[in-house]
Design a protein around this ligand. Structure first.
Ligand code: ZN
Length: 48
């Protein structure tokens, strides 16, 4: 199932809108790291 996902970096506040795949309730986006090199601590929201 295709979903749109909004990712917010808690470190620098950068936001990304990505397309992901939702499988068994888990969204996979392939998103690895923010421009600021932050690799964890993202806020992830699904968008309708
Ligand atoms: Zn960042």
């Amino acid at each position: 199932m295709r979903v749109k996902v909004r990712i917010v970096c808690k470190q620098c506040g950068e936001t990304y809108i990505l397309r992901g795949n939702k499988e068994q309730g888990v969204v996979q986006t392939g998103f690895k790291q923010c421009l600021c090199s932050c690799v964890s601590g993202f806020e992830i929201e699904e968008r309708a």
